[in-house]
Design a protein around this ligand. Structure first.
Ligand SMILES: *Cc1c(COP(=O)(O)O)cnc(C)c1O
Length: 401
């Protein structure tokens, strides 16, 4: 583990363009020619390494990005998809058949929750949602049909931390696949190194970082990635969540600055969280000693990248939350928008937006208050100035005196 350096791994890859360009050429083709009919047949059978068949299967540009992300997560292989949900749904369909069972953290991205609760449920793949921080609750939920243990490293939006090392032990003991959505903590946490079987990202967020594209990735063993792309039974090949080559190329270029951006997101979020806490606000951030799993996060993290760019602020009522967010947007401190990982701070009220798929009663039970603002802290050059202006906004709406 000491020798694993995700950022070095990305940078050690070298791709040249067709004419010696410093960026790899973009493959602008949906289909590929073969010199002999025999090679085409063998490629269909999966017997020819490095041959391209049809771009839903793979493209050179998608393979470059996939390889860089596999290097980042320390997996043998990876497959990029047209969205984070494309990565999650393909993975779960590949791992589970009718009658199988999933154990999932109850605090996960709203889309993932809805997919398991409503969609997979109707295909007779049932999910038990548990408090992932309670390891005995996780173990007690295991049945003979359980195939998958699913969680987010840092949960959305409550910022609970999954103990990946212990969850991996449980998964091994009961022969389950530990699938981890690492969207909130790229580079700072490497789930595979801690024992996860499959690591997923929505590339839409920090990894691309410019809020101009939607994409995802599954990082796993070569065997599992081949299974996903199998022409007869692969969920990626047959459901078709294929990423466009132009997007793959643009995301690869942004990936190269991820290490610099993550440091700045974390530095800014840590500063704001500390100030908000001093002001007596109900702030949650894994980098605060007051966060329940601060020590756990520390034990798993690569310290260079800090505790991530997400913090939450609970201002109790939706009315106050809305007033604050509208004023902060007016003052150009950030945008009232869902998503995360942009250069600009983004804020939204989770209960009524990205977690609205979760019924109100369940939101309450898990501690998701209607006044909970999730903030993805931006790359602000002068975070002290930003803090001063945010404080002024909070005074205007009566959250601070
Ligand atoms: C956004 C997000 C997703 C879904 O990704 P898309 O690219 O929007 O499909 C999944 N998990 C987490 C944690 C996310 O934040």
């Amino acid at each position: 583990m000491e020798n694993f350096d995700a950022a070095n791994n990305i940078q050690d890859l070298q791709y040249f363009g067709e004419f010696g360009g410093v960026n790899p050429s973009i493959s602008d083709s949906s289909t590929y020619t073969f010199l002999s009919a025999k090679t085409m047949f063998d490629t269909f059978e999966g017997k020819t390494e490095g041959c391209y068949l049809y771009s839903r299967h793979s493209t050179p540009s998608n393979l470059y990005l996939s390889q860089a992300l596999a290097q980042m997560e320390g997996t043998e292989s990876a497959n990029v998809t047209a969205s984070g949900m494309g990565a999650i749904t393909s993975t779960l369909f590949q791992l589970c058949k009718a009658g199988d069972h999933i154990i999932s953290s109850r605090t996960i991205y709203g889309g993932t929750y809805a997919f398991m609760k409503n969609f997979l449920h109707d295909y007779n793949i049932k999910t038990s949602f548990v408090d992932i921080t309670d390891l005995s609750a996780v173990e007690n939920a295991i049945t003979e049909n359980t195939k998958v243990l699913f969680c987010e490293t840092v949960s959305n939006p409550l910022l609970e931390i999954a103990d990946l090392f212990e969850l991996a032990k449980l998964a091994k003991k009961h022969n389950l696949q530990l699938v981890v959505d690492n969207t909130f903590s790229p580079l700072s946490i490497s789930p595979q190194i801690l024992g996860a079987d499959i690591t997923i990202h929505s590339l839409t967020k920090f990894i691309n970082g410019s809020s101009d594209a939607v994409a995802g990735v599954v990082c796993a063993s070569a065997q599992f990635i081949n299974d996903l792309k199998d022409v007869n039974s692969g969920a990626c090949m047959l459901l078709g969540p294929t990423l466009d080559s132009f997007r793959a190329a643009s995301i690869l270029k942004n990936l190269r600055t991820l290490h610099i951006r993550m440091k700045k997101h974390s530095e800014n979020a840590q500063y704001l969280a500390e100030q908000f806490e001093n002001d007596g606000l109900a702030v949650k951030y894994p980098g605060l000693k007051s966060h329940k799993q601060h020590e756990l996060f520390k034990s798993m993290m690569n310290p260079e990248y800090g505790f991530g760019g997400l913090l939450t602020l609970d201002v109790q009522t939706m009315k106050r939350a809305n007033e604050l967010m509208e004023l902060m947007q007016k003052e150009n401190l950030g945008y009232l928008a869902v998503s995360l990982g942009f250069y600009k701070t983004l804020f939204s009220c989770s209960g009524s937006s990205t977690s609205s798929e979760i019924p109100e009663a369940e939101q309450k039970e898990m501690g998701l208050s209607e006044g909970l603002i999730r903030m993805s802290i931006g790359l602000d050059h002068d975070i002290k100035r930003t803090y001063g202006k945010m404080k002024w906004c909070m005074q205007q709406v009566g959250i601070l005196s």
